[in-house]
Design a protein around this ligand. Structure first.
Ligand code: PEP
Ligand code: MN
Length: 379
């Protein structure tokens, strides 16, 4: 029997599938997969406990086997096979080849496997990972209270800038070391891994002592010395897309980090400059399938900087998840009106909690769609 599988009796009520969204039973010859009917999809998604029955008999008296699947595993497998189909479409191939021509390490793998980046126990590239927190670390109370609130709502990591890249040299530049110490305290209190930006090559190694993930911001995407330093740091790196950069340029920047032996890279689309002025940037959600077709790295979406408009954060987050994003980075502030940077776009904790709830329900719905495809090939 394959590792991870256990024998079950058809009709047996299966208990204890905590956190599983779906389970698959294989017939003894392992050639046909039969979906289980999982009662209470919501309960499954919220890991409250799942009770499942085997829906169909095997038609034989040989035993059936059950494997608990990780949340979202079947849906991801389908989504990837969709990306795979795109890869084999000759009309797409020319574009893909052009983007991937210089990529030795970040391009899609021969086995089409996708990277899962593990950060202090959080696995990015499987399911949906939400990073949330204030634009800037302003003081201990603001950061710790925000951290507690986002954790309660279901965020997996805390973001917060201690070094802020600001348009004006007179604007708040961040608390620096003091800010990093506050983030350390927030991590101690909540257990959330920390994502924080580094803007100077000279700071990479010591900022890495406080950060679980080093963020390289849009303005520094092509700062090649910073990329190399971050590559050497041994820390995971969240690399934002430059606001004037193409997919090819962005992936080549990730290549700089991987070329230093650091494969722990997350890409983050945060909007690009277009002629539109209603939004702060134009959030390019087409990068989600584009990255999935050209690279094995996880792709996150930042709807906060991507729109700069409070009321657009929720719809664009939902759209990103519908398009297959591996995660989101969202700005949340305990008291957005008083924020020292980006006050127009930061959610307050109740709005964030509502968004998280809607994201969970959207994912459950999408899993249902994928389940229908699995059963009949039709949506
Ligand atoms: C940020 O995330 O704090 C930030 C400054 O973002 P960006 O680099 O995308 O502007
Ligand atoms: Mn910001």
């Amino acid at each position: 029997m394959r590792a991870g599988w256990r024998e079950v009796v058809p009709g047996e009520a299966l208990r204890g599938l905590h956190g599983a969204e779906s389970a698959v039973v294989l017939t003894p010859d392992h050639c046909s997969e039969v979906s289980l009917v999982v009662r209470g999809a919501d309960a499954a998604v919220t890991a409250a406990g799942v009770f499942a029955d085997i829906a169909q008999g095997s038609g034989s008296d040989r035993p059936w086997f059950l494997s608990r699947q990780e949340p979202g595993a079947r849906r991801r497998a389908r989504r990837r096979s969709g990306a795979l189909e795109n890869r084999h479409d000759s009309r797409t191939d020319t574009r893909r080849e052009a983007v991937m021509k210089d990529l030795k390490l970040t391009g899609t793998r021969p086995d089409h496997g996708r990277s899962v980046v593990e950060i202090a126990g959080v696995r990015v590239g499987e399911g949906l990972v939400v990073i949330a927190g204030p634009c800037s670390v302003e003081n201990e109370e603001q950061t710790v209270r925000t951290a507690v609130a986002v954790k309660e709502a279901g965020a997996a990591m805390l973001r917060g800038g201690a070094f802020k890249p600001r348009t004006s040299p007179y604007a708040f530049q961040g608390l620096g070391l003091k800010g990093l110490k506050i983030l350390e305290k927030a991590r101690r209190e909540t257990g959330l891994p920390i994502v924080t930006e580094v803007i100077d090559t000279r700071d990479v190694s010591w900022v890495g002592e406080y950060a679980d993930v080093l963020q390289i911001g849009a303005r520094n995407m092509q700062n090649f010395s910073l990329l190399r330093e971050a590559g050497k740091s041994g820390r995971a790196v969240l690399l934002k897309r430059g606001m004037h950069s193409t997919l090819e340029e962005w992936l080549n920047c990730a290549e700089y980090i991987l070329a230093e032996g650091n494969g722990q890279v997350l890409l983050c689309e945060r909007g690009i400059r277009t002629f539109e002025t209603y939004t702060r940037n134009t959030l390019d959600l087409s990068m989600i399938p584009a990255v999935h077709a050209t690279s094995h790295l996880p792709i996150l979406i930042d709807p906060s900087h991507g729109t700069g408009v409070l009321g657009m954060v929720e719809p664009m987050s939902l759209a990103a998840v519908a398009a297959g994003a591996d995660g989101l980075e969202i700005e949340v502030h305990i008291d957005p009106q008083r924020a020292m940077s980006d006050k127009e776009q930061q959610l307050d904790p109740p709005a964030f909690a509502r968004l998280m709830d809607r994201l969970r329900r959207l994912r459950a719905f999408m899993d249902g769609l994928d389940g229908d495809e699995g059963a009949g090939g039709k949506a």
